[in-house]
Write a new protein. Sequence first.
Length: 464
Amino acid sequence: MAAESPAIGQSIADDAEAMRWALAEARQAAQAGEVPVGAVVVQGGHIIASGRNAPIGAHDPTAHAEIVALRAAARRLNNYRLDGCTLYVTLEPCAMCAGAMLHARLHRVVYGAPDPKTGAAGSVLNLFTDARLNHGTQIEGGVLAEQGGALLQDFFKPRRVKRNPLRDDALRTPDSAFAELPGYPWAPHYVSDLPALNGLRLHYLDEGSPDARRTWLCLHGNPSWSYLYRHMIPVCLAAGDRVVAPDLIGFGKSDKPKKESAHSFGWHRQVLLEFIERLDLRNVVLVVQDWGGILGLTLPMAAPERYTGLLVMNTLLATGDVALPPGFIAWRDWCAKNPAYDIARLLARGNPHLSAQECAAYMAPFPDAGHRAATRAFPGLVPEFPEDDGVAVSRAAREFWRHQWQGRSFMAVGMQDPVLGSSVMEQLRSAIRDRPEPMRVENAGHFVPEFGTVIAEKAVLCFG
C-alpha cells in the first residue's frame, strides 16, 4: 500500500501538511471498508512511507496504519531503526503501535484525534512518557484533530444507527461471505424483535405469494443452513406455493452467539414457535432434516391447525427412552474431538456430485472458530437421557404424530447415511399415524435435500 501512495516523496513544510497526507490515506481506508486511520513517515522534510488501516482486508490484526507505515519506512531505509523520522497519524496510537514506535526509535510522533478507548499517548495511558523505558519519543497531539475525528464519526454513524444492531455477545457473518453463492439467488429477510431472540437477528428466506394455497416451511440441521434447500425451493415455487426457510440462530445468515452455552433445545424451539406465529404461517407443509426434525417435529402439536403436510428426511425424535443410533454417537464423539472440522470437506465426502463452490457455500457462514459455537454445541444437545432438555416435549410429539396427526406425510430416506440410517427412519415412520411409504434415495447420504429436485417433485404430487 505504501509504495502505491502518491504521498511518497512529497515535500513537507509543516505538521499540518504532513497530517493532510495522512488524512488522505485514512479516506482510502474508509473506501476499502476499514476504520479510517492513515499515517505517513517523514524524514528530512519528505514523506518516505505511508500506511492506512487494513486489518480486515489483510486478515492481519496488526495491520494498523502506523504499523503499515513503519514497515514501509524500514524497508525504504533498509533499517529497522528509524532515527530522525517523524510519524504522523490521524488517530492517537494504541499500545501496540506505541510500542512499535518506541522500538523503531522514532524521533517524534504527531497524531490528530484523541482515542478515549485505546489511546496510549495520554488518553488511557502514556507509554511515551514512561521513564522506565529505554527510549523517549517526543509526542504531540491535536493536529487537524477535527478532520480526523469527523472521518471516524462519518464512518461509524451508519453502523450505530443500524435497524438491527449486533449484540455484544454475538457475531454476524459479513454479507460479502454470501456473494454469488451457486444456486442461491434469493433475497434475505430478517427478524430481531421476537421475545425469545432478545435482540438477536434471525435470517429467513420467504419466496412466493403470502396468499399461496400452501407454504413449505423448510428447517435445516447442523452444520447446514437454508442453502440446503436450494434444489427444492424452485420446484415448490413452480407449483404456485410459498417457501419459508429460516436459518437457526448460530447458522447461515442469522446472528451467532459467541458462547456454546447460549444454545439449548428449548430456546431454539421457542424461537421457531414465535417465528411461525409472527409470520402467521398456515396450510404448512413442514419440511425437516437432521436437527430440523429433532426440533421441527415438536412444533405442530402447539398449533395443529396450521399444518397440512409433513416431508421428513433423515432425522429422528429424541425421546430419551430409545437409545440414540450408533452412527450418531460416533458422529457426536468425532465432533467433540474435531470441533473445527472442515464443513466443506464433510459435504464433499458425503456428496461427491457437488461442485467445490457448492461445498464451500456451506462453509460461508463460518469464517472462523468464533462463528462456530453452534456447530460445536449442537451434537451434544440431542436429548439422550430422560432428564435432558427436550425429552418431555419430544415424547409428547411422538404421541401427537401417532394419534392426533391429521395431515398427509411424505418420507425420503438417504440410504447411504452413516449417521441416521434407514433403520432409524423406519422407527420414525412407525411413529407417524399415516405411515408414509418411504422414497428411497439410493445415492443420498445424510444431507438428503441435496437430491431435493426429484424429492420435491414427488412431494408436490403427493400433497396434491
